[in-house]
Design a protein around this ligand. Structure first.
Ligand SMILES: *[C@@H]1O[C@H](CO)[C@@H](O)[C@H](O)[C@H]1NC(C)=O
Ligand SMILES: *[C@@H]1O[C@H](CO)[C@@H](O)[C@H](O)[C@H]1NC(C)=O
Ligand SMILES: *[C@@H]1O[C@H](CO)[C@@H](O)[C@H](O)[C@H]1NC(C)=O
Ligand SMILES: *[C@@H]1O[C@H](CO)[C@@H](O)[C@H](O)[C@H]1NC(C)=O
Ligand SMILES: *[C@@H]1O[C@H](CO)[C@@H](O)[C@H](O)[C@H]1NC(C)=O
Ligand SMILES: *[C@@H]1O[C@H](CO)[C@@H](O)[C@H](O)[C@H]1NC(C)=O
Ligand SMILES: *[C@@H]1O[C@H](CO)[C@@H](O)[C@H](O)[C@H]1NC(C)=O
Ligand SMILES: *[C@@H]1O[C@H](CO)[C@@H](O)[C@H](O)[C@H]1NC(C)=O
Length: 666
């Protein structure tokens, strides 16, 4: 398709201008100048146009406001023009963008009576119509970030973008400059940045209509987007693309040296037909991943080639605001050493299957969790980096985010977002803290964990099997929302991924499904099993692998199954919460938990099904079969820390296989 080719060209052009030349050429975005209405060279119109361009760019004062309009000649050869600089740019940037666009337009749009040129920094427009009094949605142009928000967050994200932008639009329409730039919190680490602007000649209502029209025209499931119209433009991103300092301070008041009038003459310009078609055409730019890959490659290359070149934040729509690359993730070893006080004991906050975890504070004050991997990883550096990039791309509010890594000689470090509260087991299994988790909270935690696993299994681009879900791998943020950690560790550690059968078992007894513990067979259904154990633990407040029940039961699952079969089922519930719980919710959760821990993996529900069961009361639940479990003789160890246990035996139920006919037992 022709427009694709042009788009690729545009992308490369804007990309190279932002990365290649530090010479501060403005970043070209798009132009629209239909060749249907043209003027002839040496005509009065031509003379008027040149005079207009010169007059537009020669007014000193206009650069402080970022807007100027001008008119030359008399009808029918009258030409009206204007420029508008983006509200956050300094007068200097505005001035050079206008100079550049005035110079370029006669080359880009030779002979066209009407033209609009869009740059990141400014917009230049002229016409034989009186554009000052009309509102124009024509010749709009959409640019979308090629990354979409994951589908389960789309609605929430769309709501946030839409409400933030609409509020900014109202602010802008009422302000004299017809400009607003603002941000809103999206996640703990990410904010949404929006910028809206109209040409200041518009009336309040016209500005508002134009902006609302542009906001409605934008796909809100993308990680960033902008829509450019002659009368207004709007943009949102998940990274700060505008100058936050300048939007929060007063407009600049300094005077500037005069500008030379443009030197190009239309006669000298090589003819080049305008691109863009009729003025109502909406060019939708959706970039195919290949282009992004190529751009990323160039970005990486340029980044390496020009490390010192730090002003690369001028063009961001396509250079991957949030595209995770190895370069963007690699952190300096000394930074981490400093952040953790050289891994001081005081900073140690935990120990997992893969190494020790420290709390760190970076020089900018932000807190991180630093995991120092134990040295036994058999993986090469390249594979390690590749896997870190893959795992860092997994972003969900119920997953602890991997922020970066460091690699120095033998030392491998992973840096995570810091989650303030401790892990779930810290609260759940401590008689003095259990009460902090009432049923409502526990129910939310179950839902959050389910969302997180669902994302790992289904919504992320690849299927990630956690393989070590357990209460100590569920961290709680300050609002007690669960965040799963340690996912993707098998990948990062270079364990078998391709075969669904592994000799190296990553997991924790008590949470491992029988087929995984016995035969090393893992699948999404082994995570489902662990989830079931977690649910039963959350309900009962008891730990599966150190359970001493009444009537000789030695594990939580048998105990739960007995109560389910013979009642009273509510005896399973943590006495701390049983008084004030929603009985039907609790019983439904026990039911779901038991479905998850069934012996036959095929019988266990999938994560999407579990999610449905949790969120909708109308979904009918199957009758659970007896749990399958794996008993290890009272050894509480992470298998990675010790040799594979030889003292394990497989136990398949110790209760009668009585079939249950009531959906909910007494
Ligand atoms: C306008 O440009 C198109 C190509 O972009 C060309 O095919 C067409 O002939 C041009 N029309 C005029 C009137 O020059
Ligand atoms: C434009 O006018 C100049 C003199 O004013 C003349 O030399 C030139 O040939 C003219 N060009 C065209 C294309 O008519
Ligand atoms: C700009 O436009 C306004 C409104 O149309 C007009 O009053 C004013 O004279 C124009 N300014 C210039 C410099 O042409
Ligand atoms: C205008 O463009 C010409 C060549 O295209 C260049 O020599 C000149 O410096 C430019 N002027 C400005 C002000 O950028
Ligand atoms: C993003 O979503 C749009 C539909 O809104 C779809 O056409 C496009 O392929 C998606 N892009 C990616 C990279 O998933
Ligand atoms: C944008 O609007 C908000 C209020 O919603 C205001 O606080 C902020 O100062 C405005 N920003 C600019 C650049 O005008
Ligand atoms: C942002 O704006 C401030 C104040 O106008 C200016 O000092 C600073 O250089 C700008 N930063 C960038 C990156 O342009
Ligand atoms: C622009 O400013 C310079 C001094 O900075 C002054 O000499 C010149 O006359 C001004 N031009 C206009 C059109 O105001």
């Amino acid at each position: 398709m022709h427009s694709y080719a042009s788009l690729i060209f545009l992308l490369f052009f804007s990309f190279l201008t932002s990365f290649g030349a530090y010479a501060k050429d403005p970043n070209f975005l798009y132009h629209s100048c239909p060749n249907t209405t043209t003027y002839s060279r040496n005509s009065t119109y031509s003379t008027n146009l040149i005079a207009l361009l010169s007059s537009l760019s020669s007014r000193n004062a206009s650069y402080t406001t970022g807007f100027q309009n001008a008119t030359e000649g008399k009808s029918p050869d009258r030409v009206t023009g204007l420029f508008l600089c983006r509200g956050d740019f300094s007068p200097e940037v505005c001035r050079s963008c206008v100079a550049f666009s005035v110079n370029q337009t006669l080359t880009m749009c030779p002979d066209a009576r009407r033209a609009v040129l869009y740059y990141e920094e400014c917009m230049l427009r002229y016409s034989d119509n009186n554009i000052m009094s009309t509102l124009s949605f024509g010749g709009g142009y959409i640019l979308l970030n090629a990354n979409n928000i994951s589908s389960n967050l789309e609605d929430r994200f769309g709501d946030l973008v839409s409400s933030t932008m609409n509020q900014a639009a109202v602010e802008a329409a009422s302000s004299p400059r017809k400009f607003n730039a603002t941000k809103a919190k999206w996640t703990t680490l990410q904010s949404l940045y929006v910028l809206v602007q109209c040409t200041p000649n518009l009336r309040r209502q016209d500005c508002l209509s134009c902006l609302q029209y542009s906001i409605n025209g934008m796909a809100l499931n993308s990680m960033g987007g902008r829509l450019l119209y002659p009368s207004c433009s709007s943009r949102y991103e998940l990274s700060p693309f505008y100058n936050e300092t300048s939007v929060s301070t007063q407009p600049h008041q300094q005077a500037l040296p005069p500008l030379l009038p443009p030197s190009a003459s239309p006669v000298a310009s090589p003819p080049r037909s305008g691109k863009g078609g009729n003025s109502n055409m909406l060019v939708v730019a959706i970039v195919v991943p290949i282009i992004v890959a190529v751009l990323l490659f160039i970005a990486g290359y340029c980044f390496l080639a020009k490390r010192a070149h730090k002003n690369s934040d001028t063009q961001q729509a396509f250079d991957g605001d949030d595209i995770t690359t190895e370069e963007s993730l690699q952190l300096d070893y000394r930074t981490i050493q400093a952040a953790t006080n050289n891994y001081s004991e005081n900073n140690k906050i935990g120990r997992g299957g893969f190494g020790e975890v420290y709390k760190g504070t970076l020089s900018n004050g932000s807190e991180v969790a630093v995991k120092r991997l134990s040295k036994s990883s058999g993986q090469g550096d390249t594979e390690f980096k590749n896997e870190v990039v893959v795992v860092a791309k997994l972003q969900h509010r119920n997953l602890v985010r991997l922020l970066g890594f460091s690699l120095e000689r033998e030392e491998r470090i992973l840096v995570y977002e810091y989650v303030p509260n401790k892990s779930l087991d810290y609260f759940l299994f401590d008689p003095t803290k259990q009460a902090q988790l009432d049923w409502t909270r526990r129910y939310k935690i179950i839902g959050g964990i389910a969302r997180g696993i669902l994302y790992l299994h289904q919504d992320s681009r690849l299927t990630i099997i956690h393989r070590d879900l357990k209460a100590s791998n569920i961290l709680l943020d300050k609002d007690m929302n669960p965040k799963i950690t340690d996912f993707g560790m098998a990948r990062i550690f270079g364990l078998d991924q391709t075969q669904e059968n592994t000799s190296r078992i990553v997991g924790t007894y008590g949470y491992m499904s029988p087929e995984y513990a016995m035969h090393g067979q893992f699948s999404m259904k082994s995570d489902v099993y662990s989830f079931g154990v977690l649910v039963l633990e959350i309900i009962s407040g008891k730990k599966n692998n150190s359970f001493y029940g009444t009537n000789g039961t030695h594990d939580l699952l048998t105990y739960a199954w007995r109560l389910w079969s013979n009642g009273p089922v509510l005896d399973l519930v943590d006495p701390m919460i049983v008084e004030n719980c929603q009985k039907s919710e609790v019983i439904r959760c026990i039911h779901i938990g038991l479905l998850c821990v069934q012996e036959d993996p095929v019988e266990r529900p999938t994560m999407p099904a579990i999610f449905m069961m949790l969120t909708s009361n109308t979904v009918t639940l199957q009758v659970p079969r007896q749990p399958g479990f794996f008993v290890q003789s009272r050894l509480e160890q992470d298998p990675l820390d010790s040799d594979q246990s030889t003292t394990s035996k497989y136990v398949s139920g110790s209760v009668n296989d009585s079939s249950i006919t009531d959906l909910y037992p007494r």
